[in-house]
Design a protein around this ligand. Structure first.
Ligand code: GLN
Length: 186
């Protein structure tokens, strides 16, 4: 059966995931309600602005539904989404769903001007006001680094990328293939 990958669609970079998820052989559902979160087999928390997403999760009453879903289903946080998944957030401190044992240091590469492209796992990706992942807990697997920095990590059901792989081809990106493909992690 085709898997349904939900992408949280309150704010941020949602639609560019569609073609990658479809190229990986799954279906993409933009989710905005608790019922849609429940209908997804796995969830992408997209890039965008984590403070805005936190606020909208409260405004739309989705916090509890999402907090339990990310403990039950495979979840992938992209950039701001990774910040939402981290157990600790710095620069500044803020609330999070707390499933990935690491510290996300927001905007750690600098401002918009320091945003850049790089090759990660053989794919051209974008770092856009990206966080750094620090203090990785035991059992956190590093799937890719950029230089010395861990930029693609995984722990149990939860995966995070500091970068956006969805803004460039070829499709599917290695991260979409790992998350949504027929041999998907975890
Ligand atoms: N700087 C943003 C934040 O702190 C993340 C940027 C992104 O998702 N590309 O939430």
């Amino acid at each position: 059966m085709t898997r349904t990958i939900g992408v949280l669609a309150l704010q941020g970079c949602v639609e560019p995931h569609r073609a990658h998820v479809e190229a990986a052989g799954a279906r993409l559902l933009a989710v905005k309600t608790a019922a849609e979160i429940a209908a997804a087999d796995a969830l992408i928390l997209p890039g965008g602005e984590s403070t805005t997403m936190l606020r909208l999760l409260r405004v739309f009453g989705l916090w509890d539904a999402l907090a339990s879903a990310v403990r039950e289903k495979p979840v992938w946080g992209v950039c701001a989404g990774a910040i939402l998944l981290a157990q600790r957030v710095e620069n500044p401190t803020q609330d999070s769903l707390g499933v990935l044992p690491m510290t996300a240091i927001r905007n750690a590469y600098g401002r918009q001007r320091e945003s850049h492209r790089a090759q990660v796992a053989g794919h051209p990706v974008a770092f856009i006001r990206a966080p750094k992942f620090a203090d990785l807990g035991p059992g956190v697997e590093v799937l890719a680094r950029a230089g010395a920095e861990p930029v693609w990590v995984r722990h149990g059901n939860a995966m995070a990328t500091a970068f956006h792989p969805e803004l460039s081809g070829p499709m599917p990106s290695p991260v979409h293939r790992a998350f949504a493909g027929p041999h998907a992690l975890p």
